[in-house]
Design a protein around this ligand. Structure first.
Ligand SMILES: *Cc1c(COP(=O)(O)O)cnc(C)c1O
Length: 356
């Protein structure tokens, strides 16, 4: 049944909403395309997926995901090349991460190839929703949540998997200000930090709000035990250029969400011959480098934000200004490379694009 993807039932919208979109003023996550894919899990198996008009869901008030948080998601982007082909950046890695999130949260796994096939179907149907505007993309949001009507703590027996898409503009419209967080934590060892699960983001809201009140966009999380090591920032992994090397926290601990964008930045930098170190990075090391002017670049990496250059880093009562954006060779090079690759302007030498 799972293999039978060609026969996905499609119920099309009667009238497309595409003409209502203000394409020149796209923000992030507010506009939704015409269709969504829905696939239920029940009786120990995946039911047939269906593509239907994007519409509200009707939920039982005891739907277990709402109460107990068995809910995971993914995020990826589609663009178009000059010939109108759809390009999706490394969906195989998202499929794998989704499966890993499923495992950690006791949810039924969707076979990776099948996951990618479903993404393809729903994006193909709404391919006219992929924006052409610079910096814009069709954001793809697959998610899975527990749907048992049950009050009590146990893995649900029933689940709903949905993929919808939204044309989006830039996530950050300017270089970001971040603050190194030494009290609140995003993830502890043995916890769920490596899973893209809903509760992680709910837990980050309050500390992020406190930082935003002080004028920062995002936090830089440190390890939960000692707050001595740098982990990641908001929904981005973080990279620094220090003494001519690109450094980024290693993913050995299970507290960092393994970013596809970060992985790609590391791989392409190595391919260019840049020295890259994935290792533990202490706050002290970064702060000393900031004081001594040796930190020449810092940036976040994530699908939503792409490459987000960091302009200021707050630490305790200090605020460090980083070198001007014009001088950021490595982050600018990676950013331009990924942007050009995703829109088909340069050859896909790494074999990262799914094209259809
Ligand atoms: C999604 C996410 C990222 C970025 O991962 P990408 O695969 O690059 O999109 C980084 N950190 C967290 C916490 C995330 O949720």
């Amino acid at each position: 049944m799972l293999e039978d993807t060609l026969s996905i039932k499609v119920k099309r919208v009667q009238e497309s909403k595409i003409n209502q979109v203000d394409w020149d003023n796209l923000s992030f996550g507010k506009v939704f395309s015409d269709h969504m894919l829905v696939m239920d899990y029940a009786d120990g198996e995946w039911k047939l997926p269906e593509i239907v008009p994007f519409e509200d869901l009707s939920l039982h008030p005891a739907t277990s995901a709402i109460h107990y948080g068995q809910s995971i998601f993914e995020g990826m982007k589609a663009n178009k090349d000059a010939d109108g082909n759809v390009l999706i950046f490394r969906p195989d890695l998202n499929a794998r991460r989704f499966a890993e999130s499923c495992e950690r949260m006791c949810m039924p796994v969707i076979p990776e190839d099948f996951f990618t096939e479903l993404i393809k179907k729903v994006v193909d149907l709404d391919r006219s929703w992929i924006p052409d505007q610079k910096g814009c993309a069709l954001y793809i949001r697959p998610f899975l949540f527990a749907t048992d009507h049950f009050i009590g703590i146990k893995p649900s027996d029933n689940y709903k998997f949905i993929i919808f898409t939204c044309p989006v503009g830039a996530y950050y419209s300017q270089p970001v200000y971040v603050k190194i967080e030494e009290f609140y934590t995003r993830a502890a060892e043995g916890g769920v930090g490596r899973a893209k699960t809903a509760g992680n983001y709910a837990a980050s809201l309050y500390p992020a709000k406190l930082a935003q009140e002080k004028g920062f966009h995002q936090l830089v999380w440190t390890d939960a035990k000692e707050h001595k090591h740098i982990e990641e920032s908001g929904t981005m992994n973080i990279l620094f250029e220090l003494d001519g090397k690109l450094i980024t926290p290693s993913e050995d601990s299970d507290t960092i969400l393994r970013s596809v964008t970060k992985r790609s930045a590391v791989e392409i930098a190595k391919h260019w011959g840049v020295e890259v170190e994935e290792r533990r990075i202490t706050v002290e090391e970064i702060v000393n480098a900031l004081r001594e002017g040796r930190l020449t670049d810092a940036f976040g990496a994530g699908t939503a934000a792409t490459i987000a250059q960091i302009a200021k880093i707050g630490f305790r009562d200090e605020l460090f200004e980083l070198p001007p954006i014009e001088s950021r060779t490595i982050s600018t090079r990676i950013k331009n490379y990924l942007t050009d690759l995703k829109s088909g302007k340069i050859e896909d030498e790494m074999g990262w694009l799914l094209k259809f």
